[in-house]
Design a protein around this ligand. Sequence first.
Ligand SMILES: CC(C)(COP(=O)([O-])OP(=O)([O-])OC[C@H]1O[C@@H](n2cnc3c(N)ncnc32)[C@H](O)[C@@H]1OP(=O)([O-])[O-])[C@@H](O)C(=O)NCCC(=O)NCCSC(=O)C[C@@](C)(O)CC(=O)[O-]
Length: 296
Amino acid sequence: MRPDKVSLFEVGPRDGLQNEKSVPLADKIQLVNSLADAGVKRIETGSFVSPKWVPQMADSSDVFAGVTRHADVSYSALTPNMRGLEAALDAKADEVAVFAAASEGFSQRNINCSIEESIERFIPLIEKAKSLNLPVRGYVSCTLGCPYDGEIPVSEVVRVSEVLYKLGVYEISLGDTIGVGTPDKARNMVQAVSAKVPMEKLALHFHDTWGQALANIHACLDLGVSTIDTSVAGLGGCPYAKGASGNLASEDLVYMLHGMGVETGIDLQKLAAAGHKISQALGRPSGSKVAQAMGS
Ligand SMILES: CC(C)(COP(=O)([O-])OP(=O)([O-])OC[C@H]1O[C@@H](n2cnc3c(N)ncnc32)[C@H](O)[C@@H]1OP(=O)([O-])[O-])[C@@H](O)C(=O)NCCC(=O)NCCSC(=O)C[C@@](C)(O)CC(=O)[O-]
């Protein structure tokens, strides 16, 4: 059944900016602050990964330190290993996220290890986070296709999702990393995963490379999914998925949901203004169709 309310998990400051040219620290901080002012309650603020691999995120500690915290907003960080977790704890992140893939090719290119090795790495991280009552989110990349391995069996998406869930992540974000999915395929994949991980623990993380993200999300909404990852102004892509464009623009999802009578708690004008400002810093127009139509 379609949810009355959807929670947006904003990934622009991390997933977006990790694949854009470097942005000054002040602009990153302003982006996070303006997203919170627009009513976004969950903001992926940065990542604690190797700066050699993703130099755009090297100043994540400074972003966390510079943001004006809202008590009701969760500021999260991506953490590939124990070192990342320690850095996230120092930065006082409210939650962290581990990231695995449903495809071996992507796992090797993205985090330089196999799927099984990545899971082994996450075990102590999740245990330590749990001991500190720090929530851990889990990503599964390439759920609808991989830039290296092509088609990915749904059974593998289900398997990796279930493993992460059983390890104790509180939510599984299903990534269409290169945006190749189409509505029926997306819906079937989500339905299959929900046989092992409860629907209310699933989030959609669909990139819009092939212009399908909004249609794919719409196709999954009636299944009851109520958490969706988006990126303001459609920022970003993935450095290890050549040609991948950003996640679906947050503005586009909010406009569609409000039009369907689904609440988000987000002020669309303020959201579009946040997207406009960061797009200016990048020297290009917003990637959100809705923001463009609003004239932001
Ligand atoms: C995982 C590693 C670290 C393995 O990297 P590695 O080279 O296999 O491992 P390593 O342990 O030998 O470390 C290499 C160097 O990185 C350092 N290092 C090691 N760990 C850290 C850390 N936490 N923070 C800072 N530095 C670190 C470490 O100290 C060392 O430094 P050196 O001795 O060469 O000077 C590396 O592959 C990496 O950082 N990869 C980054 C991948 C990444 O951020 N990808 C983008 C995010 S994933 C994504 O976008 C998909 C998602 C989540 O959005 C969902 C979707 O769309 O599908």
